[in-house]
Design a protein around this ligand. Structure first.
Ligand code: PHE
Ligand code: ZN
Ligand code: ZN
Ligand code: ZN
Length: 297
């Protein structure tokens, strides 16, 4: 996969921060900073040649929005989706949670466009609304699909918090070989984890599994039997001494001490973690959908 520009990802984070600052300090569901975020990301995708759609839903007395972007081409009966929630909590601008995933998948999408790729599998990117209210947007999307449209989604990759300031390098545990062994995702999730594991091994960064515990937008996909995967650099939990020994950073401190707080600003990002994760996303997209070893069956 291509190298993704950290500077470009960070420039998008700066834009999301500006949107929050101009809209009362957040990008939360039902607040003006959320729709402004959707419009900003959509504008960049439209300019690059994506086919975009905004799916509206109602929750908590407000309208929410999912942004869906299809790259024309590829086998639509073998669609690979890549998603991140674009909403923040009301307490702050949500730059690590989840500007980081949103900006990273946007930059990978824009790289697809720059290279003019003709993927093997069809590529569909998604920015979910109202994740912070309980996976509302992604749940609405999966529920809205016909049985055929659902069956056409071969895989879902989720990216929620990929630039934590005291980072861990976690992969959703699709092979059930690490994490706590709470249970694997649907069959096929192991291969999605393996692709990401191959990337991190190639750059010499050890990873750990994290369980599919239902805390992000892969939840509705795995509930529908769709294989899922993704990366995560940690939220409110604390880095252990063993983790600090292998990853650096601060033992005993939260991966993200500004999780769901006003201080989740552009200062709340570890550039190395963000850079590695953006490159990992590109590696996964290229290896699963653009030039895969195993073409669609
Ligand atoms: N989904 C959580 C949030 O947005 C963060 C999280 C992501 C927690 C992945 C665990 C695993 O607040
Ligand atoms: Zn959150
Ligand atoms: Zn999140
Ligand atoms: Zn695993």
């Amino acid at each position: 996969g291509p190298n993704i520009s950290l500077a470009n990802v960070k420039a998008t984070l700066t834009q999301l921060q500006s949107i929050a600052t101009a809209n009362g300090g957040n990008r939360a569901h039902g607040q003006p900073g959320y729709l402004a975020s959707v419009n900003y990301v959509r504008g960049r995708l439209d300019t690059a040649g994506f086919t975009t759609a905004v799916q509206s839903f109602s929750y908590g007395g407000a309208t929410g929005y999912n942004l869906i972007a299809d790259w024309p081409g590829g086998d639509t009966t073998n669609t690979v989706m890549i998603g991140s929630h674009l909403d923040s909590v009301a307490a702050g601008p949500g730059i690590n949670d989840n500007g980081s995933g949103s900006a990273s998948i946007l930059e990978v999408a824009l790289e697809v466009a720059r290279q003019g790729v003709t993927p093997t599998r069809h590529l569909r990117f998604a920015w979910w609304g109202a994740e912070e209210r309980g996976l509302i947007g992604s749940d609405f999307y999966v529920d809205s699909l016909s049985a055929t449209a659902r069956a056409n989604i071969e895989a879902y990759y989720n990216f929620d918090m990929v630039g934590s300031p005291n980072p861990g390098y976690f992969l959703y545990d699709g092979d059930n070989s690490d994490g706590t062994g709470a249970g694997p995702g649907p069959a096929g999730s192991a291969q999605l984890e393996a692709v990401l594991a191959t990337y991190f091994a190639s750059i010499g960064v050890p990873t750990e599994g994290t369980d599919f515990d239902g805390r992000s937008d892969y939840g509705p996909f795995i509930a529908a039997g769709i294989p899922a995967g993704g990366t995560f650099t940690g939220a409110e939990q604390r880095k252990t001494a063993a983790q600090a020994a292998k990853w650096g950073g601060t033992s005993g401190a939260a991966y993200d001490a500004c999780y769901h707080r006003a201080c989740d600003t552009t200062a709340n990002i570890n550039d190395t973690a963000l850079d590695r994760n953006a490159d990992a996303i590109a590696y996964a997209v290229w290896n699963v959908a653009v030039s895969p070893a195993a073409p669609p069956a």
